[in-house]
Write a protein that binds this ligand. Sequence first.
Ligand code: PAF
Length: 277
Amino acid sequence: MQILHTIDALRAALPGAGRCAFVPTMGNLHEGHLSLVRQARTHGLPVVVSIFVNRLQFAPHEDFDTYPRTLARDADLLRSAGANIVFAPDEAELYPQPQTFKVQPDPALADILEGHFRPGFFTGVCTVVMKLFQCVQPQVAVFGKKDYQQLMVIRQMVRQFALPITVEGADTTRADDGLALSSRNGYLSEAERQQAIALSQALRFIADRVRLDPSSLAQAESEATDELRAKGWAPDYLTVRRRTDLLPPAADDLASPLVVLGAARLGTTRLIDNLEF
Ligand code: PAF
């Protein structure tokens, strides 16, 4: 496995445009990331993994400075997962000048949910992913479904810019108790970690209630939100949406495939999760 830090070295090592599978990450890897690498490997192409903590997608009050940088450990994990190339540029390499050209996603999709609570987040994500796509030129790119809205925004970007890349979603990897794996789980205290499962339980509660009685949607959302709050969480949203566009379902959408998405803060840690149903 090669570990490369410059775009020139990456381009020299790649087998040519459209001849690799790609997994973009911000490092501090866990089993969820490794499952993306394993999915990428099923294409029989060399697998490139990028590790880059992208300043553009963090608001000034967020955890950019403290986000764990664990390259040596990440490289060991990626080697054993069968990645071929790790692309780990520093900021000066990927952003040699302030990145004033940006990819501005459709506000209808990108300014709701995560984008509402983290303004500019998806512009930062799209800009870096577009740039990484230009560097890597993959045939396939794999993104986790845990970042459900991110996956949809990237799919739309790829479609609208006619990029010759197949975007694949990979199922969320969960701990034994059901907590979605996330690099930010590492911020939780032991007591918070015990409590963290309450978010996915709240989503399950809403999904089960809505499937049983679609007319109870608003009540299920607000009961689950109140219950999380009573347990000491600060929920941003717990909401059922259409899978096609992440808008609230109309009455006649309620029998079609839906997704319930949630974001809530436990102490200082903000967790997100979702469940298709
Ligand atoms: O999901 C992530 O880890 C990041 O948003 C991504 C896609 C690597 C872009 O920085």
